[in-house]
Design a protein around this ligand. Structure first.
Ligand SMILES: Cc1ncc(COP(=O)(O)O)c(C=O)c1O
Length: 400
């Protein structure tokens, strides 16, 4: 049997362990870092404090009251009156998979807007759930026009259309104007990924006629990763209830999870609610409500401008050509010819204790990605990122 090198034998004291992760006597120790990549962003202290409150049972009435508050907060964030909101237990991918698994039946067609890694993943998932996947492709850094989307819907007559509002692998912001109306006209359900955009840029689920939105906890909401906000409008719920086949996942079946969240007038156990994570989300949603959506959007916009004023002053350029297509929460910055992007990322961490990231998927090696989200969308963190670029680039010039 394997022996734990640090385990004490009878009569011995547990030895103190000192390394990067463990403090004396095995107590976990974690370095403080500024997380300015595409996520997670740093969490609000108030959110972290909420996570250390005493556990309640997941079927206790006081916990149900907290779940009710979370649903109120989600309705505000999504700008919907729909009763069908909840947190999926898991990260953004769990929200993504719940949306696809529940709204697409085997053999049905889904048109997937694919202009980065998230469209690629949705296409992969939809195939696994036996959908007929049609990818509407655009190069990294570009978005879809309403005309293109319309042509795809008319040609393929899908049951479902997927678009990503904030494409964090490429830094684009998909304009959703008119898409909801188009989908209603053609009897298509519209799913929108807002993992990196919810709270940073406007979305109005009801007014824009979006049938399903999912998001993540660790970006603009500045809670830890582990909760995926999700919204179903009435048409999405009707589709779920009218399915010919059960969703091919027990874990993410929204008939069952919805029952735990009181969607159908009662509460039944499906899985153990993530008690401490839900406390964190209750607090994060309340922080967003206290600040107010308009102020939240304005703050993200102002910090995006501040970042770019600094970056442009040193000659750096946006990866996304058109201003209107640029996502303000995850900013993609072109790597200039001859610059070692990874060295800039490493220097930011080593010298400034700041995380920034390189590209992902189609943008790997072509850009840096800087997140300006939630608790970090303030002047001091943004200025530190700018300083880290200045220093990282200056060091390379000196060594060239
Ligand atoms: C737009 C988008 N969708 C989905 C995801 C997946 O989220 P998670 O990593 O929380 O599963 C991410 C993560 O960065 C994202 O940015």
């Amino acid at each position: 049997m394997a022996q734990n090198a640090h385990a004490a034998r009878p009569g011995e004291q547990t030895p103190a362990v000192e390394d990067d992760h463990k403090g004396p006597k095995g107590v976990i120790k974690v370095p403080q870092r500024l997380l300015m990549g595409p996520g997670p962003a740093n969490a609000y202290p108030r959110v972290l404090a909420a996570q250390s409150l005493p556990l309640l049972g997941h079927m206790h009435p006081p916990f149900f009251a907290i779940m009710d508050e979370i649903q109120e907060g989600l309705r505000y964030l999504f700008q919907t009156k729909s009763p069908y909101v909840l947190l999926v237990s898991g990260t953004g991918h769990a929200g993504m998979e719940a949306a696809i698994a529940n709204l697409l039946e085997p053999g049905e067609t889904i048109v997937v807007g694919n202009n980065g890694i998230w469209g690629t993943r949705v296409a992969d998932m939809a195939g696994r759930f036996r959908g007929n996947v049609v990818e509407l492709k655009r190069d990294a850094g570009q978005t879809f026009s309403l005309d293109e989307i319309k042509a795809a819907v008319q040609e393929h007559k899908p049951a479902v259309l997927f678009l990503c509002q904030g494409e964090s692998s490429t830094g684009t912001h998909q304009n959703l104007a008119g898409v909801g109306d188009l989908c209603r006209e053609h009897g298509v359900l519209l799913i929108v990924d807002t993992v990196c955009s919810l709270g940073a840029v406007p979305i109005f689920a009801d007014a824009w006629k979006i049938d399903c939105i999912y998001s993540g906890s660790q970006k603009v909401l500045s809670a830890p990763p582990g909760a995926a906000p999700l919204m179903f409008g009435q048409r999405a719920l009707d589709k779920l209830k009218g399915r010919k086949t059960k969703p091919a996942t027990y874990n993410l079946d929204l008939n069952l999870i919805g029952d735990y969240w009181g969607w159908f007038g009662k509460r039944s156990y499906h899985h153990t609610g993530m008690v401490s994570m839900w406390y964190a989300m209750r607090e994060a949603l309340e922080i967003a409500r206290e600040e107010g959506l308009e102020q939240l959007w304005a703050r993200h916009n102002a910090m995006h401008k501040r970042l770019w004023d600094g970056l442009k002053s040193m000659g750096l350029e946006p990866f996304v050509e058109k201003q209107a297509d640029r996502l303000i929460s995850v900013n993609t910055i072109k790597v200039p010819e001859g610059v070692d992007w990874a060295a800039v990322v490493k220097n930011a961490m080593d010298t400034f204790n700041v995380e920034i990231a390189g590209g992902l998927g189609p943008t790997a090696g072509k850009c840096w990605r800087v997140g300006v989200m939630g608790a970090n969308a303030h002047p001091a963190p943004v200025d530190l990122v700018i300083s880290s670029f200045q220093d990282g680039l200056a060091r390379q010039k000196r060594s060239l």
